[in-house]
Design a protein around this ligand. Sequence first.
Ligand code: HEM
Length: 482
Amino acid sequence: MKTVFCSRYSVYPFSVLQRCGIRHPKPIPFFGNMMLFRHGFFDAHRDLINQYGRVCGYYLGRRPVVVVADPDMLRQVMVKEFQKFPNRMKLRAATKPMTESVLMLRNERWKRVRSILTPSFSAAKMKEMVPLINTATETLLNNLKSYAESGESFDIHRYDCTLAFPFLIRPLSFIIPNKSRDEMNGFFISCIQKIIKQRDELPPNQRRRDFLQLMLDVRSSKECVSLENFDVVNHADEQAEEQPQVAEEAANGPGSSGDAPKRPQQKRMMTEDEIVGQAFLFLLAGYETSSNTLAFACYLLAINPDCQEKLQREVDDFFTRHGSADYTNVQELKYLDMVVCEALRLYPPGFRFARDVEEDCVINGQFLPKGATLDISAGFLHHDPQYWPEPEKFIPERFTPEAKASRHPFVYLPFGAGPRSCVGMRLAQLEIRMALVNIFKKFNVVACEDTKVPLQLKSSTTLGPKNGIFVKITKRLNSDDI
Ligand code: HEM
């Protein structure tokens, strides 16, 4: 009896995908198709989609997962029919503080926290971050200087990490090695709690303007935006900032910001646990993704020296007009922008992201069952020859305004899309651009015998280099001494 129950339990859900007409490889009891991903998800997604189509499936243990790489369907899922897919996949093994982070929160709690957090990433708040990013960039340049002087090859992925740290507290970097997850989480929680207490005791003008402070400021601020303005990727929040009534009208209907009686202002607060959760997430999400992008961009410029020279010409011209880079002037660097976009196309750190199906529904003619998880394959789309001729080549000109306008917008998703898109996109772009402009002002990044082409990748959670990125650095002849 027990054996029959056990075997039924192990295979019971394995008919779900087939019943929906979603093709998939044969699952094995208890494990489903987990073995397909033992070497990471990036190549496995490509193989699955090539074999079973742009909407196909697999079983993660007993959980049915639908891989989606159809841009029209993604537009529906991520934006138009967002209310049917507002949450990411529930992870049973996740613990505090990660479960309190906006990445993992669900439904109304996610909406509340995200509406409070979004204004912390506004253009005005990013301008406040510039001095901290400058300090971190200086540390980075000093590290690079010693490698330029030694003439040795080194792993640039390890050494650009300092950059991603400035927006949060530093101590975590010292406790990561040799600690269990619980010890680390416990240490982090008490550390943040102590800092919150210290900050509250300081007069406002003496508080360090980092991310933690931006979140703490939120406690006394009335700023918050509505769901319609969460989409950082499409700058909906910028619009809301310029015209506060837009956010209100979007929430309450057209005309609601005029003379009509106002809705009572809902008190929007984050608990201390939630603040700790966001701080923890920002450290992890912001650190790895930004440092990977920076290292990938340096690698691509090292193996494409023509592009590097073109970028350096733009950078030199920039510094004839400006003493230093900041939030506003860095946007003049159009070629730099194309280089970063193309690096994120070839190597998107967030190469896959999930949405849970909240109710049975039909999207673009495909039935999706409640309880399934959608696995959105940005990595596959970024390399799809149907949209990107010679997809493995580094061609920044794919991102001229004309080229962008002629492409389906949902084939390029480095920061996701819709209300659940990356809230930190603006910060990431600012950090990466400020670092690159300063690096290529002073240095050349050069491929050498240790530089691996093609690069080996690891893709379990984020996409990163498997064995580091080895390059050499030389000082530019015209660069003033650092
Ligand atoms: C190059 C750097 C980065 C990349 C490529 C990246 C990419 C992504 C992607 C693909 C998602 C999922 C979007 C979706 O599901 O539609 C995401 C979500 C998120 N990212 Fe980033 N990210 C980067 C940097 C950052 C930084 C610096 C922060 C914060 C300091 C951050 C915070 C977040 C948060 C909080 C979410 C979850 C948003 C929500 O669920 O409402 N990211 N990111």
